[in-house]
Ligand binder design. Structure first.
Ligand SMILES: Nc1ncnc2c1ncn2[C@@H]1O[C@H](COP(=O)(O)OP(=O)(O)OP(=O)(O)O)[C@@H](O)[C@H]1O
Length: 313
């Protein structure tokens, strides 16, 4: 993984729904992180913590209510020409959780996959268009006979493969995968993750991989960010996060992963997270602080010192 070059810089990103109204939701509240070229950045947290909204705001499905998203140094949310917008739409693709809802049921698979090819004028002629579709089907482990079928004729895992082929059709650089395996049978989940991992390596793609628990992201992510109620509470290289989780919320998420063998599973203790346990004083500054190189935690100065001391042990 090339860790040196930043592809995306997410700075103080805010996405407030109904801002200023009694039903205001701070879905994304001052979140900052970078995504490096060629890496898989995992984003985890329980339902409703703002993961999808973060992804959707990064890719400009929503206008940010505050902050910036820089893609190769250019603000995604600033004023853009039609040409620039189209180029962003090509470079950044999204794979959704429910592959059935995201595939138009009336279109044949060839047309589902070729939609982006058509929009971006990537094929020279009809033959080239079909050849690209066939190649994409094979790339994702399907075959050319599938091109003339409709979405309902496929299983969930196959539909997710079609979703991946559709995203790849426009030769993107960056893919946001929003819980791409959550709706699939457990037996199929690993296959889809392995396919995504293989494609990422082969094509040098960069991913933001969103998941609600820490069990599967481990296998695909280089770094993982943990979100809680609109805030990023911890970010670290994947191994480090599993070995040395510092924020109590991350510890509770890790304790929720079932153990692989029955004996450890029987003795596994679940930790629950209580935000009141921090006991912050009113004047304490709670910031995202770098405890050890590359390991960030949302914490007070006092907690920061404790985390540093614990990390040295
Ligand atoms: N369009 C919207 N209008 C108002 N509130 C919204 C909207 N979209 C999301 N929210 C709220 O924003 C918060 C974050 O939602 P989001 O879907 O980003 O969370 P998530 O972590 O991705 O959850 P899930 O795993 O269930 O998709 C939630 O409280 C949700 O109800």
């Amino acid at each position: 993984m090339a860790q040196s070059e930043k592809l995306l810089e997410i700075k103080n990103l805010q996405q407030y729904f109904n801002p200023g109204k009694p039903n205001e939701v701070r879905a994304v509240d001052n979140v900052s992180f970078d995504i490096y070229k060629g890496e898989v950045m995992g984003l985890v947290g329980e339902s409703g913590c703002g993961k999808s909204t973060t992804g959707r705001t990064i890719i400009r499905l929503y206008d940010a209510t505050g902050g910036e998203v820089l893609y190769d140094g250019v603000n995604v949310h600033g004023k853009k020409s039609k040409k620039q917008l189209k180029e962003f739409n090509r470079k950044m693709q999204m794979i959704f959780q429910d592959p059935y809802a995201s595939l138009n049921p009336r279109l044949k698979i060839a047309d589902v996959i070729a939609e982006g090819i058509d929009i971006h004028g990537l094929a020279k002629n009809k033959e080239d268009r079909m050849n690209r579709v066939y190649e994409l089907l094979e790339t994702v482990g399907l075959n050319r006979e599938h091109a003339n079928r409709y979405p309902h004729e496929f299983s969930g895992g196959q539909r997710q493969r079609i979703g991946i082929a559709r995203a790849l059709a426009v030769e993107p650089e960056f893919i946001i995968a929003d819980e791409p395996i959550s709706a699939l049978d457990v037996s199929i989940q690993a296959q889809v993750v392995n396919l995504m991992k293989k494609l990422q390596k082969e094509k040098g793609l960069t991913y933001l991989f969103i998941a609600h628990d820490l069990s599967m992201v481990k296998y695909i992510s280089d770094r993982i960010g943990v979100m809680y109620f609109g805030k990023m509470v911890e970010l670290a290289p994947a191994d480090e996060l599993y070995k040395n989780p510092l924020h109590p919320y991350t510890q509770s998420l890790l304790s929720a992963i079932p153990a692989p063998d029955p004996i450890s599973e029987r003795t596994r203790k679940r930790k629950t997270y209580d935000p009141a346990s921090h006991n912050y004083a009113d004047n304490e500054v709670i910031e995202f602080r770098e405890v050890t190189p590359g390991h960030f935690v949302l914490c007070s100065e006092k907690e920061f010192k404790q985390y540093q001391a614990n990390s040295k042990k």
